[in-house]
Design a protein around this ligand. Structure first.
Ligand code: PGA
Length: 242
């Protein structure tokens, strides 16, 4: 499987900074690993125009209509958009998103033809009380409830332990692999035809100096990257291009 690196720029970078990054990145990017970028939604067109797969960091569960402030998956697809990140822990923590409420967004985005990067992850107290797999299992089952198997080929899962996001702490490759193997099993049970092919990304302080070891694990198919995706040189290094 080609490794996939997804940049989650969160609420960072103005238009000029986005364009400067894209110019520097595209000058050296070889394509040996797939690279996708989710900028602030205001700047998705810059990413689309650069030829890189562009994503949203959230979208509405509704397709169109009187939903002030929402962003439509359908409109994004029509303008050339490619994917949406759903269920990031910051959305769960600050915007009251739950696996149940995310289920509607997942289904809408897939129905509109977008790829979905659905994020799951446990907090530190949950890990310390040995509930990691229980929590991840619940997040998977609720978030992907009632999803048709035909759409599973557009699904990507990101395992992001909440305690490793933006903290500089990374799950050890063995800790990450254990959870990825569990996710792979759950997906294969749920989607017998596609479970083995669904990419499972690791996220949480992925950096140039730990990426190779993480990507070397059997069930880690790529990374969802915050901090280290903001500098073109670092994101190039993650993509295997120095
Ligand atoms: P980080 O963020 O790489 O800065 O830890 C990852 C993420 O939030 O997706």
């Amino acid at each position: 499987m080609t490794k996939l690196l997804v940049a989650n720029w969160k609420m960072n970078k103005n238009g000029k900074e986005c364009q400067d990054f894209l110019d520097t990145f595209m000058a050296k990017y070889s394509g040996q690993r797939a690279a996708w970028i989710a900028p602030q939604s205001l700047y998705v067109k810059l990413v689309i125009n650069s030829g890189i797969m562009a994503g949203l960091q959230n979208c509405s569960e509704f397709v169109s209509g009187a939903y002030t402030g929402e962003v439509s998956a359908k409109t994004f697809k029509e303008m050339g958009g490619h994917f949406v990140i759903l269920g990031h822990s910051e959305r769960r923590q600050y915007f009251q998103e739950t696996s149940k409420s995310l289920n509607a967004k997942v289904k809408t985005a897939l129905k509109e033809g977008l790829k979905v990067v659905y994020c799951v992850g446990e907090t530190l107290p949950e890990r310390d009380s040995h509930q990691t797999l229980l929590i991840i299992g619940d997040q998977l089952h609720q978030g992907l409830n009632d999803m048709s198997e035909a759409n599973a080929e557009n699904l990507i899962i990101a395992y992001e332990p909440v305690w490793a996001i933006g903290t500089g702490k990374t799950a050890s490759p063995a800790q990450a692999q254990e959870v990825h193997a569990f996710i792979r099993d759950e997906l294969t049970k749920k989607f017998p035809a596609f479970g083995q092919k669904i990419k499972i990304l690791y996220g949480g302080s992925v950096k140039p100096d730990n990426v190779e070891e993480l990507l070397g694990q059997k069930d880690i198919d790529g990374g969802l990257v915050g901090g280290a995706s903001l500098k073109a040189q670092d994101f190039l290094a993650l993509c295997g291009d120095k």
